[in-house]
Design a protein around this ligand. Structure first.
Ligand SMILES: [Zn+2]
Length: 242
């Protein structure tokens, strides 16, 4: 089967069973790209290498599409800042692959999954990862930064693109939820992304650079001290910014 037909069929197969994933994926333009080893998204296209897609089963392909959708649902194309691209991708994959599995989808062999990172945000995982990786590490679906096309007057700025996606994600989540087809865990994570309780944490490019003796991995885990920790972090960050 022609690769693009295989992807179209997989996306269509998500419509009834997983409307949130289906509707988000339908916003992405399919783009064949032989230079990409697997697949990627930048919030505009869903790029794919036919050689990678052709080897996948239909179930795995659905899983890869959901993986890329989750990169967008978690706003990963807008959140990297100055972080290392590979390390950021690894962190993002550890953040979203458990959600793909919990939603009942398959992932290709080698997909990054570790229980210790489950439930953590990409920024937090990023700070827990080693700084160096083997370049051969297996990313089943890359996330790339959104880049405005300056030659196209209709092309959105990064802020506008992020804002538009938040509106689209909110609508898609509401529709899927009304149908009873938005997994509870995913619903909670999307709400946290769209209406973060601690928005300041994400706005700093790499907290480990600014706070060499501090880690923030406990911030979202111990709710009782969250507010105090947040106030403490903000006061330090404000001080460092002066
Ligand atoms: Zn990925």
């Amino acid at each position: 089967m022609e690769t693009i037909k295989k992807i179209t069929k997989a996306r269509a197969g998500l419509v009834l069973s997983a409307p949130f994933f289906a509707s988000i994926s339908l916003h992405l333009k399919l783009k064949e790209d032989l230079e990409c080893p697997t697949a990627y998204t930048d919030s505009v296209v869903l790029g794919y290498n036919p050689k990678f897609v052709d080897k996948l089963s239909n179930a795995e392909l659905k899983g890869v599409i959901c993986h890329e959708v989750l990169h967008i649902a978690m706003l990963h194309p807008f959140r990297r800042n100055s972080r290392d691209h590979l390390r950021w991708n690894i962190a993002c994959d550890y953040a979203i692959n458990p959600i793909v599995k919990e939603a009942g989808f398959s992932l290709p062999e080698g997909a990054l999954l570790e229980d210790r990172y489950k439930g953590l945000e990409a920024e937090v995982i990023f700070n827990l990862l080693p700084k160096q990786f083997a370049t051969s590490i297996n990313l089943i679906g890359e996330v790339r930064d959104y880049k405005q096309d300056k030659s196209d007057k209709k092309s959105n700025t990064l802020k506008q693109q992020e804002k538009n996606w938040k509106i689209t994600l909110t609508g898609a989540a509401q529709i899927a939820k009304a149908q009873g087809k938005l997994p509870a865990g995913l619903d909670r994570m999307i709400q946290e992304i769209l209406q973060p309780k601690f928005p300041g944490v994400r706005s700093y490019p790499d907290s480990s650079l600014r706070m060499p003796k501090m880690t923030i991995h406990g911030l979202f885990q111990t709710k009782g001290i969250c507010i105090l920790v947040c106030i403490f972090l903000r006061s330090i960050l404000q001080h460092l910014e002066l």
